[in-house]
Ligand binder design. Structure first.
Ligand code: HEM
Length: 210
């Protein structure tokens, strides 16, 4: 009797790292939007009021930055650009119509995932640097008011960028059926891997699938 092939895509430590970062980013988004415009100030109620939200936001930012550093260490190598990615980008029509047989065989990630990954890395670096400049409770004396203003403008701009990338990331995770379970129970089916990441499947098979 044939049995369905199941592959491990993420180990428990990787998944915990991912979800801590994801939760932190959602909380940052909610508290950050509350400071962005008075009409969104009601969101501070989720954090116990304006003062609590102002106090918590930078600390959640530290958690988020640390967990993204964890993800950088874990996933950067497999997100490096290669020739298949350039070929994949040249055939975006086939990507959008789901005509995957016209696309090159791919390793663990596709070019879209890689662009989101590096975009997030850049965005988080900018958010961290500009956020630290505006963190008056600790660094008030180190910068001038003009530097803080510029930092906060860049902070808001990078936040918009990160939110857009997050929307793309979550949309793609839902669009490619069978991906969410990769980050929940850590596994994908052989069919999923064959369809979307055939080179990765071949490499895993060469190592021996349990
Ligand atoms: C909040 C909702 C989120 C959902 C539903 C989600 C879902 C997923 C799923 C299903 C995967 C596995 C994709 C695959 O292996 O092909 C994944 C991978 C990943 N996610 Fe998320 N994610 C979310 C938020 C985030 C956030 C906020 C970050 C970063 C701050 C993030 C960073 C990553 C990274 C680095 C990977 C590894 C794959 C890669 O390098 O592209 N995710 N996510």
């Amino acid at each position: 009797m044939s049995r369905e092939i199941i592959l491990v895509r993420y180990k428990a430590g990787q998944r915990v790292n991912h979800w801590v970062g994801a939760l932190a980013l959602v909380l940052l988004m909610l508290s950050g939007l509350a400071f962005f415009h008075p009409s969104l100030f009601f969101l501070t109620n989720l954090f116990g009021g304006g003062q609590m939200a102002r106090m918590l936001h930078p600390w959640i930012g530290v958690v988020m930055a640390l967990s993204f550093i964890g993800m950088l260490i874990r996933f950067a190598r497999e997100n490096l650009w290669n020739r298949d990615d350039t070929a994949w980008m040249g055939r975006l029509g086939a990507v959008i119509s789901g005509d995957e047989e016209k696309l090159p065989e791919l390793g663990k990630y596709n070019a879209g995932q890689k662009l989101v990954f590096w975009g997030m890395a850049l965005g988080i670096l900018l958010l961290l640097a500009t956020g630290l400049i505006a963190w008056d409770s600790y660094f008030f004396d180190l910068t001038t008011i003009d530097q803080k203003r510029l930092a906060l403008l860049l902070h808001a701009m990078s936040a918009v960028g990160i939110i857009l990338l997050l929307i793309v990331h979550v949309y793609a995770a839902l669009w490619i059926k069978g991906s969410i379970r990769a980050m929940t129970d850590g596994t994908v089916t052989g069919g999923w891997a064959w369809r979307h990441h055939r080179k990765w499947l071949r490499a895993e098979a060469a190592k021996g699938i349990k």
